[in-house]
Design a protein around this ligand. Structure first.
Ligand code: SF4
Length: 205
């Protein structure tokens, strides 16, 4: 199996990057997945949401966050005044479904990082929302626990990152939704500060 880092640094737009990522076979996840889930949204979005990896529905349709957790994410976005077609972009740490929805292994996350790096370099978001432990452990701190770090901003260069609960965790633990909404309100505040002072959120005017 080839674990060489793909040369993705020269791509300057997502339409050109997409076929390169969709041909990726840099880790074992590609052997069992139906295909590569690149991500979707408005390429001009200033806010990006990053989950863990595709589930069964996502693998079948090759689209991110389209199962139960995806529907909850869409509701969360709508409450914030965002949606994936208009002003948000949605990605995952690994682009191929881990068998049985297991957590992606460290070497699988590392193998996929050049894909994510290339996407983020092109998107150049002002705000990155890290959905769950895998996203925060991959991009911020391998030892981080989402229950401890959620709701706290992490600044990396010009990029502001906020860890919060993954929608799948909120489906398992509905009692966490209140804390999650507190996090989302802080993200709306930052979006108004950095991107659009007039941004309208139906549940946080
Ligand atoms: S998970 Fe990422 S690194 Fe692994 S094969 Fe799929 S696209 Fe490539």
């Amino acid at each position: 199996m080839n674990h060489l880092t793909p040369g993705l640094g020269h791509y300057t737009n997502l339409d050109e990057l997409r076929p390169a990522v969709e041909q990726c076979h840099q880790c074992r996840l590609r052997d069992t997945a139906h295909g590569v889930v690149f991500g979707e949204g408005n390429p001009a979005a200033r806010i990006v949401f990053i989950g863990e990896g595709p589930g069964a529905e996502e693998d079948r349709l090759l689209r991110p966050f389209v199962g139960r957790a995806g529907r909850l994410l869409d509701q969360m976005l709508a409450a914030m005044g965002l949606d994936r077609e208009r002003n948000a972009y949605i990605l995952n740490i690994v682009k191929c479904r881990p068998p049985g929805n297991r957590t992606p292994a460290e070497d699988e996350r590392s193998a996929c990082l050049p894909n994510l790096d290339a996407q983020l370099r092109i998107l150049a978001p002002a705000i990155v929302v890290l959905l769950g432990s895998t996203a925060v452990q991959t991009l911020v701190d391998p030892a981080a626990r989402i229950t401890k770090v959620r709701g706290q901003w992490v600044q990396q260069g010009a990029r502001w990152m906020m860890p919060t609960y993954h929608p799948a965790a909120l489906l398992r633990n509905p009692g966490w939704k209140r804390d999650a909404w507190d996090d989302l309100k802080r993200i709306i505040d930052k979006y108004r500060e950095l991107v659009d002072p007039a941004h309208y959120s139906p549940h946080y005017p």
